[in-house]
Design a protein around this ligand. Structure first.
Ligand code: 5GP
Length: 205
């Protein structure tokens, strides 16, 4: 039975640990594919073109947007970020589950278009802990860290639009919870219609 893949959207405040959770999920679950976004932000010292992001100029990004190449795009912390539409479509068609690690604005746009997606919100155990994690990151200037912290409060207002909430107090536990969500979602009846006919026809699933 040729099954199509699922779209899995991970959001949550900057510093909640989405990136780390995603990296571990991908390491352990080779059938999962990460959608690599385009951004107009400059690469950080440890980032690689085509691995972390596709880095674009404003003009390049806007041209792609005008040509409908994004499933969604949004301005986040002064820069543009967008999800390439074709990659996501192709992978899902091939039966792979695709992870989008995107902000709340983007997630809501995706939800409007693909409501069968699985929407997971990652939160820190407390706002104090989030502040501590953001301060510890060397990648941002203090002003940027403060902006990210303030945005976290705004993002929390949209938590109920998501299907699942995962508290990231310990990475390993959080990863396991996301894996459990994915496993359960794969077993949902509506994603497995037609299996009864296959069984009745004497074939194996
Ligand atoms: P960072 O600059 O720290 O890599 O990412 C900043 C924020 O942009 C994060 O919340 C991240 O999830 C979000 N982001 C990354 N890629 C995309 C995307 O393609 N679309 C949207 N809407 N947000 C994204």
């Amino acid at each position: 039975m040729q099954k199509t893949g699922m779209l899995i959207v991970l959001s949550g405040p900057s510093g909640a640990g989405k990136g780390t959770i995603c990296a571990r999920l991908l390491e352990r679950n080779p059938q999962l594919k990460l959608s690599i976004s385009c951004t107009t932000r400059l690469p950080r010292p440890n980032e690689t073109e085509g691995v972390d992001y596709f880095f674009k100029s404003d003009a390049e990004f806007m041209k792609m947007a005008e040509e409908g190449e994004f499933l969604e795009y949004a301005r986040v912390f002064d820069y543009l970020y967008g999800t390439p539409r074709q990659y996501v479509k192709d992978q899902i068609k091939k039966g792979h589950d695709v992870i989008l690690e995107i902000d709340v604005q983007g997630a809501l746009k995706v939800k409007d278009k693909m409501d069968k997606g699985v929407f997971i919100f990652i939160v820190p155990p407390s706002m104090e802990e989030l502040k501590r994690r953001l301060k510890k990151r060397n990648s941002e200037m203090e002003e940027q860290a403060l902006k990210r912290f303030a945005t976290a409060y705004l993002e929390l207002d949209f938590i109920e639009k998501y299907n699942y909430i995962v508290v990231n107090d310990e990475v390993e536990k959080a990863v396991k919870k996301v894996e459990c969500i994915i496993t359960a979602e794969r077993c949902r009846m509506e994603r497995n219609r037609g299996m009864d006919e296959i069984l009745k026809g004497g074939k194996s699933l």
